[in-house]
Design a protein around this ligand. Structure first.
Ligand code: SAH
Length: 216
């Protein structure tokens, strides 16, 4: 698969949909979505639908998030160039690619070996370089590289991952879906001091669950 004028045209339409229908206003988010070829992260059978606002199955029974969810989560993160961002749940690497395209320094963790390997290969082929890709348990974060300006969790957590809050800078933000397996609420935590957090709520979503430990 290659990136063609047809794909580029479909991406432009998707970006207008995200702007007008979903209400995304962060131009840097829209620019990145316009640039990243989402179809290259999917199995070829889904190629024709890659720029519809749909989630698709990827390896290990996981999913690539809806483009609108990726756009909303990224907008809530208020990404600035050169910020250190920890992503939990690399999946196929699409969200990682969006963050790297926004010139953030991205550290990403995935607990499924197949997906970790797939994303690593894919991002390399596309010359998109996260700072670090880890095969590990996102509940633990990446203490060696902490603190982070921002943390983005792309799977639904039943319990708040305390380690992640510890690894956030003061003033930093973490965007995380939390709740039971069938539905989660999207939250944004802002770290006010070592012990104080502001918590905002952004509606209901459905994410794959955040699971403990690596799946070897
Ligand atoms: N960021 C992806 C979304 C992938 S779905 C995208 O661009 O579409 C969420 C991913 O989180 C899955 O790949 C799942 O395996 C992973 N995951 C679940 N629990 C995890 C954990 N504890 N640590 C790291 N990754 C986890």
């Amino acid at each position: 698969m290659q990136d063609s004028f047809v794909h580029k045209g479909k991406r432009k339409i998707l970006v207008e949909y995200l702007r007008v229908k979903i209400g995304i206003s962060d131009e840097n988010v829209l620019k990145a979505i316009n640039e990243v070829p989402r179809h290259l992260f999917l199995e070829s059978v889904f190629e024709d639908f890659a720029y519809e606002d749909r989630a698709f199955p990827i390896a290990a029974n996981q999913t690539i998030s809806h483009p609108s969810t990726v756009a909303e989560q990224t907008e809530l993160l208020e990404v600035q160039e050169k910020e250190k961002i920890l992503e939990i749940g690399t999946g196929c690497g699409y969200q990682t690619a969006v963050l790297v395209t926004m010139n953030a320094f991205v550290y990403t963790v995935e607990r499924q070996k197949d997906l970790h390997d797939f994303a690593q290969k894919k991002l390399r082929e596309m010359h998109l370089r996260p700072k670090f890709q880890s095969f590990g348990d996102g509940f633990l974060g990446l203490p060696t590289f902490a603190p982070f300006d921002k943390i983005l969790v792309t799977c639904g957590a039943e319990i708040l991952p305390i380690e992640l809050l510890k690894q956030l800078k003061i003033g930093g933000k973490m965007v995380i879906p939390m709740g039971k397996t069938d539905e989660q609420i999207l939250y944004r935590f802002t770290k006010i001091s070592e012990k104080e957090f502001e918590k905002e709520e952004f509606g209901a979503y459905k994410f794959v669950p955040m699971l403990q430990d690596r799946n070897k």
